[in-house]
Design a binder for this molecule. Structure first.
Ligand SMILES: *Cc1c(COP(=O)(O)O)cnc(C)c1O
Length: 412
């Protein structure tokens, strides 16, 4: 049963001190795009601000979250995991229980409602592993919008179940054959489509990335995670957690969690993909590897980017597709520089071990991405006192990863 004292709150926007009106988070963010895209970004910014100031829009989103997404998602006390680790008490924010199995639906529904309000009947999106494509396809079919998802042909071959899901939901999946035929090529194609068809089309961007206003819009739509979790922790434990932990790919689930605790005395920890380890160079730890992770511009925004000495974008590696990206949302770069949040990493092996530990103590098979956040809790909890509290954002469920997990763990 949902907690009756818990209301899914209206999303507050404009209360954070970032971004400024040019879309900057300190030195990060902005709009590094061709001139032709600027009017579309301006139109979107105005429409978004009007929507968020309109109680009817907020009410529609809230109703959909309650009756469709399954919000509020619960907070679960991980009693057996906490006992096994012997230190801090661990709580899990259960985004894995949201419709489609992850937090991405929070953003997809918000943006699809905005598209509808703007009179745009055609959704354009990009996808890498297919999770954002599925969330976009889901929101589009719910709201009666046409949906076109660009996906690298290499990714399509790797992620067949998600390609099939999108098709089943009535979405057109467009193979991208340019470049490395993966996510960044798909983003380029989706942008091109948007600019060509901007009058009828809405570009539904999947993480806290891209040119302003996207990082702000995605943050605001995902902040429902942190706002709910804050109230749930107060209701269930009578206090706030000492530490809040989330994995960081583009950074949307983390920024959504962090915003709930932004003004509190709570340590905010983001966990990047350490892949085969920093030394190997095969990872997606933009903040942890000073050899390659430096401020730069990728896909419309200035943030930390994994690049070689010539500014060439590095190839990244992670066992989890959702964390496998060379850049990170600009607000995370800002939170790190201002030391409001701290960033660390978990390797593939640590994430896989944490996934098994959680499965065997709590009966929850987490997504590989989320298992990076669990791994950090596993490292921290033993040295913390028994009356301290860690909150972990469980961004998604592991069903999509079963093939990879079985291969990596050599289970048959
Ligand atoms: C996509 C995804 C992520 C990574 O995206 P963020 O924008 O960093 O949140 C994390 N967890 C799950 C389950 C995902 O599907």
């Amino acid at each position: 049963m949902a907690d009756p004292t818990l209301k899914t709150e209206f999303i507050k926007t404009g209360t954070a001190n970032v971004p400024n009106e040019r879309g900057y988070y300190g030195d990060f963010g902005g709009r590094f795009v061709p001139e032709t895209i600027i009017p579309a970004l301006d139109e979107l910014t105005v429409a978004y601000q009007e929507a968020m100031a309109d109680p009817d829009f907020q009410q529609r989103l809230m109703n959909l979250h309650q009756t469709y997404t399954g919000r509020p998602t619960p907070v679960t006390y991980a009693k057996r995991l906490s006992e096994q680790l012997g230190g801090a008490q661990i709580y899990l924010k259960r985004e894995d229980l949201a419709h489609t199995g992850a937090h991405k639906i929070n953003n997809a529904l918000g943006q699809a409602l905005l598209a509808q309000r703007m009179g745009k009947k055609r959704i354009v999106a990009e996808t890498g592993a297919g999770q954002h494509g599925v969330a976009s396809a889901t929101a589009s079919s719910l709201l009666g919008l046409e949906c076109h998802v660009y996906m690298g042909s290499v990714d399509m071959a790797r992620q067949q179940p998600n390609v099939f899901r999108m098709k089943l939901l009535g979405t057109e999946v467009i193979p991208v054959e340019s470049g490395t035929r993966t996510l960044k090529d798909a983003i380029n194609e989706a942008m091109r489509d948007w600019v060509t068809n901007v009058r009828s089309s809405f570009y539904l961007l999947g993480s806290a990335l891209g040119p302003h206003p996207y990082p702000m819009i995605v943050r605001d739509f995902q902040s429902v995670i942190g706002m709910e979790a804050r109230q749930q922790m107060l209701n269930q434990t009578g206090r706030l957690p000492d530490v809040a932990i989330a994995c960081v790919g583009g950074g949307s689930n983390a920024i959504g969690l962090f915003h709930g605790f932004r003004d509190d005395d709570v340590d905010l920890i983001g966990v990047e993909a350490g892949g085969h380890g920093i030394e190997s160079g095969e990872h997606a730890a933009r903040f942890a590897d000073p050899r390659y992770g430096r401020p730069g511009v990728l896909q419309g925004t200035r943030s930390y980017v994994l690049q070689n000495a010539d500014g060439q974008i590095m190839n990244t590696h992670s066992v989890s597709a959702g964390l496998d990206y060379a850049s990170v949302g600009p607000e995370h770069a800002y939170l790190r520089d201002t030391e409001r949040a701290f960033y660390t990493l978990a390797t593939d092996q640590e994430a896989l071990a944490a996934l098994q530990t959680l499965a065997q103590t709590e009966g929850i098979i987490a997504a590989l991405e989320s298992s990076h956040a669990v791994a950090e809790a596993v490292k921290r909890a033993p040295s913390m006192s028994k009356d301290s509290v860690i909150l972990v954002n469980l961004s998604g469920r592991g069903d999509k990863d079963l093939g990879t997990i079985m291969k990596e763990l050599k289970i048959d």
